[in-house]
Ligand binder design. Sequence first.
Ligand SMILES: NC(=O)c1ccc[n+]([C@@H]2O[C@H](COP(=O)([O-])OP(=O)(O)OC[C@H]3O[C@@H](n4cnc5c(N)ncnc54)[C@H](O)[C@@H]3O)[C@@H](O)[C@H]2O)c1
Ligand SMILES: [Zn+2]
Length: 390
Amino acid sequence: MQRFQCPANIVTGDGTAGAVGAEAQALRIARAVLVTDKVLRAQTDSVSRVVAAVQAAGVAVEVFDDVEPDPLVATARRSAEFARRLAPDGIIGLGGGSPLDIAKATAAILANDTPLDLMWGVGNIPKPALPMILLPTTAGTGSEVTPNCILTDIKPDGGHMKKGIVSPHILARTAIVDPLLTATAPPAVTAATGMDALTHAIETYVSKSAQPLTMPLALEAVHLIGKYLRRAVANGSDLEARRNMANASLLAGLAFANGFLGAVHAIAMAMGGQFNVPHGIANALILPYVMEFNEMATTEKFARIAAALGEPIRGLSEREAARRASAAVHQLVTDVGLPHVLADVKIPEDRIPGLAEESFGNQRLLKNNPRSATVQDLTRILESAAGLTR
Ligand SMILES: NC(=O)c1ccc[n+]([C@@H]2O[C@H](COP(=O)([O-])OP(=O)(O)OC[C@H]3O[C@@H](n4cnc5c(N)ncnc54)[C@H](O)[C@@H]3O)[C@@H](O)[C@H]2O)c1
Ligand SMILES: [Zn+2]
């Protein structure tokens, strides 16, 4: 049996952030906490505009803006503590994946007696979270439509580890995807988050758990990102590029929430935890190497990915066409100026075994990867990303 889950309301279009007040009213929210970050609050007007739109609808709102990129579990606890004092009946998340995930954790903690520690993994939140409205400001994570919340935990030895909560109880009630919110994202953020969205699309398209509904969404996202990411990075006020990237991220989010991710995310999560590499950068770095590894498991799909990325594949054999997909992604990573080898993100070769080991622990993700991957396989992928075997 397959199931496709997503928020009940997905609102898209230029300027739709202004509808947040009406959307809050429609959910019968009278008192909300807005979760966001300090960069957005200080350097853009999106926080003040969303607050004004919420207040104009007669909804009371307080702002929690203390969310760092790739946030810690402790941040979720602080946000929940802040929110609890105000006893809200709804949570609004505004930001990249980091504030959106903290909004989800906050909404889950407030609606449940279960401590956060018992919510890790799949299906471990007993009751629905408070109603949430999520507004992404990056075209990347798709968190506004996924049932996932990714946080960084501190292990007893002081090391960091990324962990996930997956539950339909943390799906937003309403996602508002307003491309204008992404227009202020600087090129480096646009590049990294766009590559995260591409990774969602490609991993889901080739996933063993792909569904009839997820594959067209994923392939269209690949096409849009191949066509518009360079433009969005080159010129942040190119609204056509921003619009298409926002839609691509949404499509990829809907796809991966239901068709699931694979080895790239398994490795990227370990890299994020152990080396504090931002999520999108870790994905961008690893994606083409995992594509090379996966190619022989599902050659036809990789040939279609190459075509979706705009590669000229007419006249090529299926295998040659498939090879064009990873080559195109290598080129895209270079063009948008992201790190391409492990040394670029200061990961020394002697840490590869430990990284491979932790990546292998992410079986929730690896089980969807089209090619079975052992610890040795993951080690080899990391070695090629270190430039050792290419
Ligand atoms: N829940 C999910 O389904 C899901 C999926 C993928 C990733 N994630 C998680 O999301 C997090 C990463 O989120 P992200 O990549 O969107 O980045 P982010 O939220 O960490 O933001 C990165 C930086 O960009 C800035 N920024 C964001 N939008 C901006 C804008 N419009 N203008 C100016 N600056 C802006 C932020 O202030 C921050 O400094 C990671 O923790 C990752 O694990 C979650
Ligand atoms: Zn991701």
